[in-house]
Write a protein that binds this ligand. Structure first.
Ligand code: ADP
Ligand code: MG
Length: 293
């Protein structure tokens, strides 16, 4: 998944705790094997190669997650769209590569989640249009972290913290106190903007400082506005808190695209989900449930 995994488990039985940590790492590895766009033999890569020609048989797990991603496209009015990759693959942040305007214009029609057809029963995925690619980078880490939390609870672990990049899920509390998770300052690697108390819930942050390059004063980064094929630039970071890490992950990416006004409006419609958005001037905006009465 191209990211550091952090697992913290508290349990009286050290051997069990170690087995639990091993199980989480195995789960992360499994998700990466199925969903990595960088592994030519991953199910995801096979879909991208073949789904425009004929439906591709996949695991029920991948079919279900893609179906979930498509529902989130509906929920977010298309801000979350795994077909962003139809243009997104043309960027390489490490080598400072980006598509020019004409190339974006040519590939942009391929960005539309409605081009993706999933049959969850048959476990197949098909694309109804050529040039479509999907990428689960905006949801797979949250999913892996959520699956890992379920795995730990199944093993009898009641206090744990799992994080993969910007996605964190805590199990239980930290011995009578909440887990404290900091929101990084978007322009100061070591600065913390605020700390959030968490208990049995998830937090995801999306920022424009993870994968990016600057060119002529413009930042090209890894969160793509499906409407333009260009990086979304109205905010610097979005943090979403809620019960389910799969959802907080996808929503943090979505709100990044939607911006302050439409983002807060969306999160305020979702019971149990809250957000902190840092706009491009560095001002913090909170969803209704985080504003002191
Ligand atoms: P991180 O990967 O740093 O945790 P995010 O959770 O915000 O950050 O996810 C960013 C990733 O989401 C990108 O690297 C890309 O794979 C994917 N992505 C980018 N734009 C979109 C979009 N509009 N809809 C869905 N996924 C996206
Ligand atoms: Mg995300």
């Amino acid at each position: 998944m191209g990211t550091a995994i952090h697992v913290e488990v508290w349990h009286g039985d050290a051997a069990l705790a170690q087995r639990a940590i091993d199980a989480v790492l195995e789960q992360m590895h499994h998700v990466d094997t199925v969903m990595s766009p960088f592994r030519p033999e991953s199910e995801l890569s096979q879909v991208n190669r073949n789904a425009a020609d004929a439906p591709v048989a996949v695991s029920t797990e991948l079919a279900a997650l893609v179906a979930h991603a498509l529902r989130l496209s509906e929920l977010t009015g298309g801000a979350f769209d795994i077909t962003f990759a139809s243009v997104g693959y043309l960027y390489d942040y490490r080598t400072h590569t980006r598509p020019d305007a004409a190339t974006i214009r040519r590939s942009l029609p391929a960005i539309d989640y409605r081009h993706v057809q999933v049959d969850p029963q048959a476990a197949t995925i098909a694309f109804t249009s050529p040039g479509v690619r999907i990428d689960l980078g905006g949801i797979a880490k949250g999913y892996a972290v959520e699956q890992s939390a379920a795995l730990l609870r199944g093993m009898g672990i009641e206090h744990a913290l799992i994080s993969a990049g910007g996605d964190t899920r805590v199990v239980g509390d930290r011995f009578g106190r909440p887990w404290m998770v900091g929101i990084r300052h978007p322009r100061d690697e070591y600065g913390i903007v605020t700390r959030l108390p968490l208990q049995d819930e998830a937090v995801s942050t999306s920022g424009d400082y993870e994968r990016y390059f600057d060119e002529d004063g413009v930042r090209y980064h890894h969160i793509i506005d499906p409407g333009t094929g260009d990086s979304a630039r109205s905010v610097l970071s979005v943090t979403v808190i809620g019960a389910d890490a799969t959802l907080t992950d996808a929503l943090s990416t979505s709100l990044f695209v939607l911006g302050v006004e439409r983002g807060i409006e969306l999160i305020d419609r979702l019971p149990g989900y809250e957000a902190v958005i840092i706009d491009r001037h560095g001002t913090l905006h909170y969803s209704a449930g985080l504003v002191a009465p």
